[in-house]
Design a protein around this ligand. Structure first.
Ligand SMILES: [Zn+2]
Length: 111
């Protein structure tokens, strides 16, 4: 893992393990130069594409598209009974409304 490097990130050093004994690694984000810490498994899966900056840049692009097309929407949309692993509440990146009624949900780069 220590020598891992791709177009998005470079692993710098071991950063201990979390409370579930999962190894974490200190990484350099090649998109913005930020140093961040992430789990080794997410690096191996290819889930770690950046420190998070690329995701937010793309969310900005989607926001712009929705605004330009005069689409009614909300960001970080959640439901009271939408729960993830461990009971954590989950949010969709965007919710699209049609005449005040929820019409579509957009999840960018997530499950
Ligand atoms: Zn970044």
């Amino acid at each position: 893992m220590l020598n891992y490097e791709d177009d998005n990130i470079k692993v710098l050093e071991y950063a201990g393990s979390d409370n579930q004994q999962i190894a974490k690694w200190k990484c350099l984000c090649k998109h913005c130069g930020n140093i961040f810490i992430t789990r080794g498994s997410t690096i191996r899966n290819g889930d770690t594409q950046s420190c998070g900056c690329v995701h937010s840049q793309n969310e900005k692009k989607i926001t712009k598209m929705l605004l330009e097309n005069n689409i009614e929407f909300a960001t970080q949309y959640t439901f009271s009974d939408l729960k993830g692993i461990g009971g954590r509440s989950l949010k969709f990146d965007f919710a699209i409304f049609k005449e005040g009624q929820l019409s579509h949900l957009i999840e960018y780069n997530g499950i």
